[in-house]
Write a protein that binds this ligand. Structure first.
Ligand SMILES: Nc1nc2c(ncn2[C@@H]2O[C@H](COP(=O)(O)OP(=O)(O)OP(=O)(O)O)[C@@H](O)[C@H]2O)c(=O)[nH]1
Length: 361
C-alpha cells in the first residue's frame, strides 16, 4: 500500500509597507474575497500591545499575533513557532489554504523570508508565494528619502501597491511610480484605493508550485521588465540621474541572462562567496537556471546569506525559453562587479571540468 502524497505546500504571502501605508485596510478587504477563504493571518507587531489584530476583521482562530518586537531572531523564532503550530492544525484537517504574514511597518522583510527558507518543517509545509509591499502615495516619497528600511521593502517586493492615491497630488503619483520602477523594475506596480484590489494581482506570483505544468516565470521573475527598464533609463539618462536619492543609489536591481548552460559548481561556489562576504547586502536573488548536465530548469532563491534549496522544475517556461536568468537586488554592489565575478567562477569551473575530463581520458 502506498502512502498518500503529502499535502502541497501552503503559499505564504508577506505583506509589508511602511507605518500607516494601509496594510490592515488592504488585508481586511482581501479577506472578504472568496479567493482568500481559508486564509490564516499572522501579524508581526512592533511594540508591547498589538492593536492590529483587533482591526483585522473576521478574526478567528487562524489569526495569530506575533508580539515579538522587531529583533530579527525573536521574530524568526516566533514565526517558526506560529507556522509549526499552524502546520499541526492543517494536518489535523483544518482547512488552511493560504497564509498571509503582515509585518510591522518598520520591519525588514528579510528575516521573515529567511524563516521560510531555512526551517526544515516550514520548508516542507510552506512555500513563499510573494512579497507585497504597500507604498503610501502621499507620503511615500518623503518616507523613501528618510528611511532606508522603506527603500529596502520596496526593492525586494514581488508586487508593489500604491495606496492613498486620493490623498496625493497629481504630480506625486507619477514621480513615485518612476522612483519605484527604478528601484525595482521587476515588480508590477498596482493601485489600491482604500484597499480595493483584485486578489489575482497580488497572489500566486510564486514559482515553486509543483502543480502547474509550466512554471509561470514571467509572474515570478520578469526578466523582460528589467530589459525594458534598462532601455528606458539609458534613453533618459540625463533627466533622472540627478534626483536619485542617497538611499536609492545604493540599491542595484538588475537581471543577468546567459545563453549557454552554466556549470553548477562554478555558480554555487560563486554564490557561496557572495553570500559569505557580502551577505548583508544581498537583499534578494531569484533565478531560473539552465545547468550543464541537467535536462530541466532549476530555480534558485536567496535572501542575504540564506538560500532556499534549489528546486527542480517540471518543465521549461512557456515558449521553451532555456536561457538562465538571474535577478539580483543588491546594496552597494553593482552589476559589473557581479557579472565579472560570476563569469570568472563559471569559466574556472568549466576549465577544471575540461582538465578533469582530459586527465580521465
Ligand atoms: N484616504 C485614504 N486612506 C486610506 C487608504 N488606505 C488606507 N487608508 C487609511 O490610512 C490609515 C492607515 O491604514 P492602515 O491600514 O491601518 O495602515 P497599516 O499599514 O496597517 O498601519 P500600521 O499597522 O500602523 O503600519 C487608516 O486610517 C486607513 O483608513 C486610501 O487609499 N485612502
Amino acid at each position: 500500500m502506498s502512502t498518500p502524497d503529502p499535502a502541497p505546500p501552503v503559499p505564504v504571502t508577506v505583506l509589508t509597507g511602511f507605518l500607516g501605508s494601509g496594510k490592515t485596510t488592504l488585508l481586511n478587504r482581501l479577506l472578504r474575497h472568496p479567493a482568500l477563504a481559508d486564509t490564516a493571518v499572522l501579524i508581526n507587531e512592533f511594540g508591547e500591545i498589538g492593536l492590529d489584530h483587533l482591526l483585522v476583521e473576521k478574526l478567528d482562530g487562524d489569526t495569530v499575533l506575533l508580539n515579538a518586537g522587531c529583533l530579527c531572531c525573536t521574530v524568526r523564532g516566533d514565526l517558526v513557532k506560529a507556522l509549526r503550530d499552524l502546520a499541526v492544525r492543517i494536518e489535523q484537517g483544518h482547512a488552511i489554504r493560504r497564509v498571509v504574514v503582515e509585518t510591522t511597518g518598520l520591519a525588514d522583510p528579510a528575516p521573515i523570508l529567511q524563516t521560510l527558507m531555512s526551517d526544515p518543517l516550514v520548508l516542507f509545509r510552506y512555500r513563499l508565494d510573494g512579497v507585497v509591499t504597500l507604498v503610501d502615495a502621499a507620503t511615500g516619497m518623503a518616507t523613501l528619502d528618510a528611511q532606508p528600511e522603506a527603500v529596502k521593502q520596496a526593492a525586494v517586493a514581488d508586487r508593489l501597491v500604491l495606496t492613498k492615491t486620493d490623498l496625493a497630488t497629481p504630480e506625486q503619483v507619477p514621480a513615485l511610480w518612476a522612483r519605484l520602477r527604478a528601484l525595482n523594475p521587476g515588480a508590477p506596480l498596482l493601485n489600491a484605493l482604500h484597499g480595493d484590489i483584485t486578489p489575482g494581482e497580488l497572489l500566486d506570483c510564486g514559482l515553486y508550485d509543483a502543480t502547474r505544468k509550466h512554471p509561470d516565470v514571467r509572474r515570478w521573475l520578469d526578466a523582460e521588465a528589467f530589459a525594458a527598464h534598462d532601455a528606458h533609463a539609458h534613453g533618459h539618462h540625463h533627466h533622472h540621474h540627478h534626483d536619485v536619492s542617497r538611499h536609492d543609489s545604493r540599491i542595484h536591481s538588475f537581471c543577468l541572462s546567459f545563453d549557454q548552460p552554466l556549470p553548477w559548481d562554478g555558480l554555487a561556489t560563486w554564490l557561496e562567496v557572495l553570500t559569505m562576504t557580502r551577505g548583508e547586502n544581498v537583499l534578494r536573488v531569484k533565478g531560473i537556471l539552465n545547468l550543464e548536465g541537467q535536462d530541466g530548469p532549476i530555480a534558485i532563491h536567496g535572501v542575504q546569506h540564506l538560500f532556499h534549496p534549489p528546486v527542480k522544475l517540471a518543465a521549461w517556461p512557456e515558449g521553451d525559453d532555456r536561457r538562465s536568468r538571474i535577478v539580483f537586488i543588491l546594496r552597494d554592489l553593482d552589476r559589473a562587479t557581479v557579472e565579472k565575478g560570476l563569469t570568472a567562477f563559471a569559466e574556472s569551473a568549466r576549465r577544471e571540468a575540461a582538465i578533469g575530463a582530459g586527465a580521465a581520458g
